[in-house]
Every structure is written in structure tokens, then in C-alpha cells.
Design a protein around this ligand. Structure first.
Ligand SMILES: C[S@@+](CC[C@H](N)C(=O)[O-])C[C@H]1O[C@@H](n2cnc3c(N)ncnc32)[C@H](O)[C@@H]1O
Length: 204
């Protein structure tokens, strides 16, 4: 979906993926000492705001202006501060090796720029820092066909695989990589069984 469609979706009053953080992201973040984190494509900010409540210095971006507005409203409501920009290309202004962690939660970029984004994120993590990722994998299409409420891209090229991730994050040690079928209950747009890839990489 392009930025206009995301703006339309996020124009609703409700938070379409809810205001609670993604479960895998929360489980992983809760094991780390707070530092500086980047959340690309963070939509309405549920994960960015959670990280800020846990003491992280939070940077996030998305192509959607409506997402930014809702993320900042959620931060305000929870009494935390986040830096949230509207960016849509891998020409990002952050400093190299600046982040202790980058979290990619259903950050499905268009296939022609996904690897460029991922390789840029790899540069932005400091040595010893980590990437946390959960996304729909290439086995997801039958789950979406059986239950459209689970959401996710319908295009195989936009869905991810562990092999592609390991290629994009070549300078990272695989801490965890798994394809799993999970039950999602995130707002109205991630609801039901989906097929996902979960990845944790630690930079050398
Ligand atoms: C499924 S939503 C996930 C939102 C958020 N990460 C979450 O889990 O609640 C995917 C997000 O990716 C964003 N996105 C897709 N392509 C993008 C791009 N090129 N630049 C910035 N954001 C992008 C969309 O605007 C959308 O907010």
C-alpha cells in the first residue's frame, strides 16, 4: 500500500493495530538494558511508545503523516517523548552505528527497496547491537486467503524469508531465526492465524 492508503487507514479514530506493543517485540525488548532504538515503519507508534515507557531513547519513522500524528498523540497520552519523522526512502539522516537496537515489526517495504533499507539499517546498528524483526513470511498467503482479517501483504515479493534476511543482514550473527504460525490479536487488522518470520541478529 502507498502512503495515501496508509494515511486513509490511520485516519480512523481507532488504533488499527492497537496501542499495545507487538508481543515478540515486547518479549525481546524486556530482556535488554535501555539504550537508543530506531523503529522504522512504526505506523501509529505502539512499539515506539512502549520502548519509551521502558526508558529507551526512541527514534521512529514512517511514510504516513497520519501515523506520525497518532504516534505522537499516543506518546503524549502515556507521558513519554519520542522522535518520530516522516520518511519514505532509505536516504536516512541517522548517524552510522548510532543505535543499540533497531526493531522491524511488520515493516514490509516494497521489494525494490527492501534490501536497500535493510542494508542501511545494518549500518545504523552499533557493533554488538541488535536487530529485532517480526514480519509475515512467504507462507502467509493461504492464511490471508482463509481469513482476510489477519492482514498482511498479498504479494509474495513483499513477504519475507529468513534466507533473504540473513543475506541483507550479512554482518550479523543469528541469535534467533524461526518461521512460525502464530495467533495475532493486534487491533482490527492483525487478527487470527498468520505465518511469520522472527529474527534476532547481533552485529559483529
Ligand atoms: C503493517 S504496518 C506496521 C506498522 C507498525 N510497525 C506496527 O507494527 O504497528 C506497515 C507500515 O510500513 C510503512 N511503510 C511501508 N513502506 C514504507 C516506506 N517506504 N517508508 C516508510 N514507511 C513505510 C507503512 O506506512 C505502514 O505504516
Amino acid at each position: 500500500m502507498n502512503a495515501a492508503r496508509w494515511n486513509e487507514r490511520y485516519g480512523a479514530e481507532a488504533y488499527v493495530y492497537g496501542t499495545e506493543p507487538n508481543q515478540f517485540f515486547k518479549e525481546q525488548l524486556d530482556q535488554l538494558a535501555p539504550g537508543r532504538i530506531l523503529l522504522p515503519a512504526d505506523g501509529e507508534g505502539r512499539n515506539a511508545v512502549y520502548a519509551a515507557t521502558q526508558g529507551w531513547e526512541v527514534f521512529a519513522f514512517d511514510q504516513s503523516k497520519a501515523g506520525q500524528e497518532k504516534a505522537l498523540a499516543l506518546a503524549d497520552q502515556q507521558g513519554v517523548t519520542i522522535t518520530y519523522d516522516v520518511f519514505d526512502s532509505p536516504q536516512l539522516p541517522y548517524l552510522t552505528a548510532h543505535f543499540d537496537a533497531i526493531a522491524l515489526i511488520y515493516a514490509h517495504f516494497q521489494p525494490e527497496i527492501r534490501s536497500i533499507f535493510h542494508r542501511k539499517f545494518a549500518e545504523l546498528v552499533r557493533p554488538g547491537g541488535i536487530i529485532i524483526l517480526e514480519a509475515f513470511n512467504k507462507g502467509h498467503i493461504p492464511y490471508k486467503q482463509a481469513n482476510p482479517s489477519v492482514g498482511g501483504p498479498g504479494n509474495l515479493q513483499v513477504l519475507m524469508s529468513l534466507e533473504e534476511l540473513q543475506d541483507d543482514f550479512a554482518g550479523f550473527n543469528l541469535v534467533m531465526g524461526a518461521d512460525e504460525v502464530i495467533e495475532l490479536a493486534e487491533g482490527d487488522y492483525h487478527r487470527g492465524q498468520g505465518s511469520v518470520v522472527r529474527y534476532i541478529g547481533k552485529k559483529n
